[in-house]
Ligand binder design. Sequence first.
Ligand code: BG6
Length: 460
Amino acid sequence: MTKRPTTLIVFGITGDLVKTKLLWALFNLFLQGKLPKKDFLVLGLSRRDWDDNDLRAHLEKIMIEEGFPRKSLWNDFLAIFSYFKADFTCPSSFVDLAKRVRKIDRQASSCTNKLYYLAVSPHFYQTILVGLKENNLVVTCNNSSWTRIALEKPFGQDLPTAKKLDQLLGSLFAENQVYRIDHYLAKENLRNILALRFDNTFLTPIWNKQFIDKVEVRLWEKEKVADGRTAFYDGLGALRDVGQNHLLQFLALLTMDQPQDSSSGAIRKTRAKALKNLAILSPGQVEKKTVRAQYDGYRNQLGVKKNSSTETYFKISTSFSDGNLAGVPLILEAGKAMKKNLVEAKIFFKQPSKCFHQSSSCQNVLVYRVKPKETIFLTLLVKKPGLVDRLSEAKMSFDYRANFNGEKFASDYEKLLLDILIGDQTLFVSTDEVMAQWRFVEPIIKAWRQGKPKITVKNI
Ligand code: BG6
């Protein structure tokens, strides 16, 4: 843990991310003594005409609503928050912010570490980055402290905008200062994938195109697009909301080669390579091999355009063009308002032309499930009890939570925040990964924009 005084500057302190994720994560880190003991300050920025007390009262209200525990410690926790009124579109706000940050340093008699956390709509990114740059806020004030930046997805709207944003970021920060967040990478069960694959050596020889028949990854959500997010979502769609990032990172972990070692650099590099192994669809293939749909009633939601052609569901059939799985078919699928919550990957293993017992199928499938429950199961063929040899399918199953009953599961954002503070980039998306993700998604978005294939309105 970083021991130096640290200032966490949160753009968008009154936003949804703070309410639903960051506050809880910070509180848990606080309870576990994982935050710097002395001079750790969270400077919350928003447009509201508030002071420190207003911010603390607002946060306390969230803590009550969400049922935070250990009430006797709340005041100590809330005391780490301070408020700063800022209009991100106004250059003078950044001049004032620079003064405030220097004041914090003076009060701490130290050049504090600075973490700028952009918990705002991505259309503010450019203005904020320029504001930070013009006021010298990106420069680390001495050699023993650091300045880092954390950004939420989506990172760009498409390949050109992602490149532009990346260039701007690259002109301000070194790659080791940039923490691009994809919270899926921090989920306990996704962090377990590398252990499953590379610490269980019986899997290594069969994780390739000789043995794997097909890979499917899906992210179904039962909920519709939340009412408060419709306007944002309508400009994005399912592919860019969860496909370009969460689904592809899940896939990368499942299909990447074994990294040279367990260092952050080696893991990020190998994940990027896995993403580059995806076959990129031509416009003609997009028309034939992708499906996009919108759930019935989406256009009637407040904030959605009446003639919206934004997909709330997609299915992409492609394959791997390179690497150990070259040629293996791949299906990626995600949607809102689906019949159930289901986030999982299925690895289908090849079956011989003739099964040993007389049976129509002897295929094994490894299911790696994230939702509704973190489980891993392998379908096996077993002999049914009795005098006659007949086969039946059985499941060999591992329930992550039940197995570690009582052990604390770290929440995604707890892990992410801690890793930024200690400077571990393993669970953050590198520039190479972002570009590979956009390269895969870009031709699909382009063809969809031209109406190929047509979007259908139906519940899936
Ligand atoms: C977010 C998307 O990144 O991930 C949401 O913007 C989606 O639309 C969410 O619901 C899913 O994350 P989780 O952790 O709830 O599975």
